[in-house]
Design a protein around this ligand. Structure first.
Ligand SMILES: [Zn+2]
Length: 173
């Protein structure tokens, strides 16, 4: 017979509640390792192509201490982070099944690394791409990759549905 006022039941419930709180709390405070295989040798210029709205993405990147500088327009032929609207390039660079990355459907990046230093990067976004997609792809251009076991809400989360703009652990220096 089970007695519902059993002290064991109460103790079990308390243990489960504490375990759940510890698990959630750990997810918020644990450090997040964001791989960074390369970086720029200097502050990276970010150059918008026609129709790209960079104001809010740049504000967020600067708030989180990323070494970027906004340019007023395209930087053809210059070493920079070029952000353009291009469905054709999204299709061309759409990740393979092996590196499936839901966010990359709204944006992709093409990073040029020379002797361990990023020397150029192109971001292609869909028309109407939101701030989160642009920030995520520009962060790739700054050398940040996806963390393993990324917490929900992290800016470098590989799944667009769980990507957020509040958690910059491992990205902010
Ligand atoms: Zn990504």
């Amino acid at each position: 017979m089970i007695r519902y006022n059993s002290p064991w039941l109460l103790a079990g419930g308390l243990v489960a509640a504490v375990a759940a709180a510890v698990f959630v709390g750990w997810g918020r405070v644990r450090s997040v390792e964001v791989p960074r295989p390369a970086r720029w040798a200097h502050v990276a210029s970010v150059c918008p192509g026609p129709g790209v709205r960079l104001a809010e993405p740049m504000r967020l990147l600067l708030t989180h201490e990323q070494a970027v500088r906004a340019e007023p327009g395209a930087c053809d032929g210059r070493s920079a982070i070029h952000v353009e609207i291009s469905e054709a390039d999204i299709d061309r660079l759409r990740p393979s099944e092996a590196t499936w990355d839901a966010v990359e459907v709204r944006g992709v990046y093409e990073r040029t690394i020379t002797l361990g230093t990023i020397t150029d990067c192109r971001v292609y976004v869909a028309d109407g791409a939101d701030t989160a997609a642009i920030v995520h792809e520009v962060a790739h251009c700054l050398g940040h990759d996806h963390p393993r076991n990324a917490p929900t809400g992290h800016v470098m989360h590989p799944d667009y549905a769980r990507l957020g703009l509040s958690d910059w652990r491992g990205v902010t220096p």
